[in-house]
Design a protein around this ligand. Structure first.
Ligand code: DP6
Length: 359
């Protein structure tokens, strides 16, 4: 695979000090990424809605210094120095050093905060790593001013992927595909691309309410989870099915068939959890209230001829997806019938967004 295009050109300009701030969103996969090989290459293609309200804001202050052998950075999360987050970020810098050699020439002071509550069970790696990647690309575009905005976004996604696979889908929006797929023009295992075809208007401003069922620490880290797909008895079929589902999802997004959308999205969520139920070691990440909510959503859909559906990440929280046209009715349903299954009745109303923003 040709990754040489991502190696930064030798620096054209010198800069002593610079500060950049980026807000990058979380995303929710419709067809799931679960299983990867080195270095962060997905076993199947995935697609996600970029979110709007759930985001990370990261500022990096770059101070020029003598070139060193190691990457020098301080990390603050919500104003506090966070030593425990440093190893993941240090690994990220090691993975990207070939592509961003300038990181050895700057001291980096990283300040990050999330719009959603810490340890809410909402994955912050996608928004967190994409924000760092985007700040690095701001520095790189000052050092190499001839980079086009297309090249900047592509490399930001490429770098973000090396930090966390799903982070590659958090640079742009509203729909991003990551992973090489024969029916998606321009798609790649190396970076996310905007879904390249015209999307039906029923998906405009699609809603996602995130029901916080369990705010505890993740029972299975994503790295452990992805590794469970090595030697998994159903792995090969799953990767094949996911790629077929992405082909189907591409048609659905273009023709606006909401019934087919609901069916495919829910099937993907349950299949992801089925992979965890049938791996060894095995996990049940859903909680009793996850199932209560799913059953209530099915009842509501039946009774109201609604297009509401759910999806799940690798955890107990439920993402409730619905068209904007149903917003008022579904929000009422969530507040009155579903909130009680959430920890402290907490849920976050979000909708589809358009990607990273410079602040
Ligand atoms: C279940 O992107 O968190 O959310 O690449 O190891 O950082 P790493 O994994 P990560 O995995 C996300 C898995 C998922 C499905 C998805 O977002 O596609």
């Amino acid at each position: 695979m040709n990754t040489s295009q991502f190696i930064a050109k030798s620096v054209e300009k010198s800069i002593e000090k610079a500060t950049f701030t980026w807000q990058t969103p979380s995303n929710i996969a419709l067809v799931k990424y679960w299983g990867k090989s080195n270095p962060q290459i997905p076993k199947n293609a995935s697609i996600s809605f970029t979110l709007n309200n759930c985001h990370t804001i990261t500022t990096i202050e770059f101070q020029k210094k003598e070139k060193s052998e190691t990457v020098d950075f301080d990390l603050f999360f919500e104003g506090q120095q966070k030593e425990e987050f440093k190893p993941k970020i240090a690994d990220f810098f090691t993975r990207i050093q070939t592509y961003c050699p300038y990181i050895f020439e700057y001291k980096m002071i990283i300040n990050s905060e999330n719009s959603f509550p810490h340890s809410s069970g909402i994955a912050s790696s996608a928004s967190g790593l994409s924000a760092i990647a985007r700040c690095l690309m701001s520095l790189e575009s000052v050092l190499n001013p001839d980079l086009s905005s297309e090249e900047i976004n592509k490399k930001a996604s490429f770098l973000a992927r090396l930090g966390s696979g799903s982070a590659s889908r958090s640079i742009e929006g509203p729909l991003v595909v990551w992973g090489n797929h024969p029916e998606i023009e321009g798609s790649s295992d190396l970076f996310g691309v905007q879904f390249p075809y015209k999307v039906h208007s029923v998906f405009n401003n699609y809603q996602d309410a995130i029901l916080l069922v369990d705010k505890g620490e993740k029972q299975v880290s994503s790295t452990v989870g992805h590794n469970l797909m090595h030697n998994h008895p159903y792995a090969e079929n799953r990767f094949k099915q996911a790629n077929e589902n992405l082909g189907k999802m591409s048609s659905i997004l273009q023709n606006g068939d909401l019934k087919a959308f609901v069916n495919l999205v829910e099937s993907e969520a349950l299949t992801l959890h089925a992979m965890m139920l049938t791996s060894n070691p095995y996990f049940i990440l859903m909680k009793p209230n996850t199932l209560e909510i799913i059953n209530k959503i099915w009842e509501y859909r039946e009774e109201n001829n609604s297009n509401i559906c759910f999806t799940l990440d690798a955890g107990a929280n439920v993402h409730v997806l619905y068209p904007e046209a149903e917003k008022e009715a579904v929000n009422y349903f969530i507040e009155n019938k579903l909130a009680k299954f959430c920890q402290k009745n907490q849920y976050i109303c979000d909708s589809v967004g358009f990607g990273a923003k410079k602040i």
